[in-house]
Ligand binder design. Structure first.
Ligand SMILES: [Zn+2]
Length: 683
């Protein structure tokens, strides 16, 4: 469930002068300066580990002991504490809004009434089966010829169908928006859930089938078992022809610009023109993300009985509106998607569910309410200065690279100078005054929002790109790089501890939010982002030799991460997480050098709590990654998350950084410090 946006955006969670550095050896004896807020709580350190033996355990174990994973969560980290704090602030705002009345269509009215309708579980319960019957009655399908327009109707209401459509900037013409058609249609989070044969995966499939059965029984649909079995068989067929998550990162594989007729010809058993008519979009050319999938889907449509398609759409309709249905449905949904898949024991409080619903539909309006009250304007200038310092340091690092030719360096500089950035919240707010939200029916509100957002997105097809647009609410604890805009974005939500504290030691700030800024910059130079030029177009600006050397370095990083065992027998997917791992390594390295550069001409920072400023820089990054997982959540993330687990986001980059080894005096080889000749330095 998400607003249709470009899938290439790379969120964070969704990161000279050597001469000067050497001077630190001659630093005056450290004077204790306890007045400065350190920005890292040293009570969380685990003295049974050292920085050099395992920096993650050293910096996180105390935190983990004091912050056990709550029953409602599958993952718990220092950034979750920040998310909780933001949620508490939002709750206060939302409850305040409920006491007032607002003009119809104002951002306060929309958010407030959506919140009220989501909180009104009494009415939901009172209506009982009324909404379920309403949803299912709308699903009549009398022949396969009706499938295209039928699926278009579901698509508009945000219901999963085997194809997905959205509009986003054209990878090869970043000023214009283009329609794209993508694979979709699974109830489980990834195709791999259907393709694996190990005992754990087979058990999940069995439980998924039982879940569908129980949902059908609750909906009073006859023969639930046979429906569930048929649905699972159909989804497994769809999964078997889908492109992998790893391959979907590659614009070479997914950027297939085709005429409307060419795409239609891939699908002889599905009248794509009727699908587009149903959706209300009329274009001559589009991007077909996975042509082979579309061919295969056409065949599956032909082979599969109409009755099975009907069951399949009943299932996805129920599944996509569960949050607005009576508690029996919601409890059953949680028992599978929360407990079985993520290891959560208890469902989150309803007000948190309500906030996440607002976040999905009205993220800009929610962020507006948040930043109105909780974002100190002064933070903008400090972050902007850090962004510019990191950009300068990046430029110097590029100049020093031994593997890259001057020709490609020139282009890298062009791209670096062209990066734009957004901090805090949008300058202009979107107008949603014609969206109808009322305080009493969550189901109708959800339908209205989905149709509104879908129409808004489709209306952009063939139109110029609006570069002022934000793809994340201002309250969100995250950051992103958008390759088409060549832009990095830092919402107000992340500009707080443990990421950023204007009162804290800048060493910690550079290690934390500086690492995030560096991470997002580096996405512009990771294995995929580096294929886009300064204007955000998919254009090769590399010499062949430089690209080959970059690929060799990247492959070494793939091997490093693929060697990390996250669960017994389950390893990190080094290929799938490559972009994020390059961004972590580059981001932390560049931010370190930006911090050193920011100290030029200033007195040497004092030692605080026994840590030098270089050491505190690394504490800053580790402070962001104090995190632990339920086994189920970690297993799911190894399949679905483009990011490596938190411990490897600490160990992975630092083991490649001689800066870390020097700061703590670590000897190689060890987990935290590879031998010099094996350290991978890309940026
Ligand atoms: Zn990232």
């Amino acid at each position: 469930m998400a607003q249709p946006v470009k899938n290439m955006k790379t969120p964070f969670l969704p990161l000279s002068t050597l001469a000067l550095f050497a001077l630190s050896c001659n630093a005056p004896e450290p004077a204790a300066n306890e007045e400065l807020i350190l920005g890292f709580n040293t009570e969380y350190l685990d003295s049974s580990h050292s920085a050099c033996d395992n920096f993650f355990e050293f910096t996180s174990n105390g935190w983990k002991t004091q912050h056990p994973i709550p029953a409602t969560e599958g993952r718990w980290g220092s950034f979750n504490i920040l998310v909780e704090e933001n949620n508490a602030k939002l709750k206060k705002i939302l409850e305040g809004l409920e006491q007032k009345t607002f003009e119809k269509g104002s951002y306060q009215q929309l958010v407030s009434d959506l919140y009220s309708s989501a909180m009104d579980t009494v009415s939901i319960e009172k209506k009982g089966m009324e909404d379920v019957d309403f949803l299912l009655q709308n699903l009549s399908l009398s022949s396969k010829d009706e499938l295209p327009s039928f699926m278009a109707g579901l698509k508009k209401r945000g219901i999963t169908t085997p194809v997905s459509a959205y509009v986003s900037p054209d990878d090869k013409n970043s000023l214009m928006n283009i329609l794209s058609l993508q694979q979709s249609g699974l109830g489980l989070p990834d195709r791999d859930y259907y393709l694996r044969n190990d005992a754990k995966s087979l058990d999940i499939l069995l439980k998924y089938e039982e879940h569908i059965t129980r949902m059908f029984r609750l909906a009073r649909i006859e023969n639930p078992e046979s429906h569930a079995a048929a649905i699972l068989t159909l989804e497994a067929k769809l999964a078997s022809i889908q492109m992998s998550r790893t391959d979907r990162r590659s614009p070479e594989l997914t950027y297939n610009k085709m005429s409307r007729e060419e795409v239609a010809a891939l699908m002889p058993h599905f009248n794509l023109n009727e699908f587009w008519d149903g959706i209300g979009v009329n274009v001559d050319t589009l991007i077909c993300g996975q042509p082979e999938y579309m061919k295969g889907l056409s065949k599956i449509i032909e082979e599969t009985d109409l009755a099975v398609w009907h069951s399949y759409f009943q299932w996805h309709t129920l599944n996509s509106f569960t949050v607005s249905l009576p508690s029996a449905f919601r409890d059953e949904h949680f028992a599978f998607f929360g407990k079985t898949l993520k290891g959560q024991e208890v469902e989150k409080a309803r007000w948190k569910v309500a906030i996440s619903l607002i976040e999905y539909g009205l993220d800009e309006q929610l962020g507006r309410l948040f930043s109105d009250e909780y974002f100190p304007e002064s933070s903008k200038a400090i972050i902007a200065e850090m962004v510019e310092n990191i950009r300068d340091a990046y430029g110097e690092r590029v100049d020093q690279l031994s593997w890259m030719s001057d020709e490609t360096k020139k282009k890298a500089h062009e791209k670096l100078s062209a990066f734009t950035y957004k901090i805090g919240y949008p300058d202009q707010w979107k107008d949603y005054s014609d969206l109808n939200i009322e305080a009493h029916s969550l189901l109708i509100n959800l339908q209205n929002i989905r149709e509104y957002l879908f129409r808004e997105n489709m209306a952009k097809a063939g139109k110029p790109v609006d570069k002022t647009e934000w793809y994340m609410g201002a309250h969100v604890v995250n950051a992103y790089y958008n390759p088409s805009f060549n832009e990095i974005v830092f919402p107000a939500g992340i500009l707080q501890p443990p990421f950023f504290n204007p009162k804290a030691d800048m060493a910690i700030n550079y290690g934390a939010i500086g690492g995030v800024i560096g991470h997002e910059f580096t996405h512009g130079f990771d294995d995929e982002g580096s294929k886009y030029d300064a204007q955000g177009n998919l254009v090769n600006w590399w010499t062949e030799e430089d690209r080959a050397r970059f690929d060799t370095l990247s492959k070494r990083l793939v091997n490093q991460y693929s060697g990390y065992e996250a669960l017994p027998g389950e390893f990190v997917n080094g290929r799938m997480t490559l972009g994020e791992n390059i961004a972590d390594l580059g981001g932390l390295t560049i931010s370190f050098h930006a911090y050193m550069k920011s100290l030029e001409g200033k007195p040497m920072p004092a030692v605080l709590h026994g840590f030098t400023h270089e050491q505190r820089f690394f504490l800053g990054w580790a402070g962001v990654w104090q995190v632990h997982y339920k086994e189920e959540t970690l297993r799911d993330r190894l399949i679905t998350d483009y990011h490596s687990p938190g411990n490897f986001r600490v160990i992975g980059p630092m083991s490649n950084m001689p800066e870390f080894g020097r700061a703590f005096g670590c000897s190689a080889p060890s987990l935290m410090q590879k031998p010099k000749e094996e350290q991978i330095i890309i940026w």
